[in-house]
Ligand binder design. Sequence first.
Ligand SMILES: Nc1ncnc2c1ncn2[C@@H]1O[C@H](COP(=O)(O)OP(=O)(O)OP(=O)(O)O)[C@@H](O)[C@H]1O
Ligand SMILES: [Mg+2]
Length: 288
Amino acid sequence: MASATSIEHIEERLLREHHARLEESLVRLDDALTGTLATTLLIGLLITALTVWRVSHLEARAAHLQRQTDLDRDQLRDLSQRLVHAHEDERKSLARELHDQIGQMLTAIQMVFTNIELGRGDPMQQVEDGKSLTQLTVAAARSISMGLRPSILDDLGLGPAIEWQTREFTKRCGILVHLQMDGHLESLSEAETICFYRVVQEALTNCARHAKASGVRINLHVGRETISLTVEDDGQGFDLGDLPRRGLGLFGIQERVRELGGTASIFAQPGKGTLVRIEVPSRTEGQA
Ligand SMILES: Nc1ncnc2c1ncn2[C@@H]1O[C@H](COP(=O)(O)OP(=O)(O)OP(=O)(O)O)[C@@H](O)[C@H]1O
Ligand SMILES: [Mg+2]
């Protein structure tokens, strides 16, 4: 009987110990589950916060790009309008030149003829006046047409026309030009010829007006795949981020070159001179 009671006690103790271990395991399981849940929640919160931050960052970037695009569009519209006005101004100035120079001189020549007809003054002197007025008129007409479509391009071609332009530039402003040209310049199309001539003209005019340079280097190369031109001065340069809004010359260069499928780049820094570089694809293979 006594041994039966002791077995019962042992069984009871074993059962209690078993229960205690089971409860301990349950508590540990509970703790582990709570920990895992907390970590998962934390990671979830972190991912949500990161996603929100990334989305708002992307939204801010998109808004910034949109503002930039609007600004660029406004600037382009503004430049196009000014280009139209510039053409209009050019026509007006041409009309004025024709009226003031050619018109006035032709009137003076007419008066010389009238004087001769009416026997006024010394006839030989009248003839001399008439000749010199005619010479002046020819020179004026030539200078106006040079500005519009340099006849030297038709007469001599691009190379000599650029040589002439640089010589005139040095005569006018005292700035030395080092000119190098190679390749088949005569193979260029009419549009390319005018483009390169005008770009040199604008770059030299800018140099005379803004650069305070002592020298300019011009390099024109007609290659197999591209025709390239660089005009580099050793003047005071300028800050590209601070361009005056009224200038049209550099914009005009970019427009001309874009029309020929090429690229134009301007490199400038205050105190470090200015470099204009354009590159236009060659139309003909094997013309290097
Ligand atoms: N070679 C240069 N040296 C120093 N500054 C220059 C040079 N070329 C251009 N710049 C600067 O860049 C600006 C823009 O040049 P751009 O040719 O577009 O206009 P502009 O010469 O002022 O006027 P426009 O050519 O319309 O008569 C100039 O006003 C000048 O400040
Ligand atoms: Mg200019």
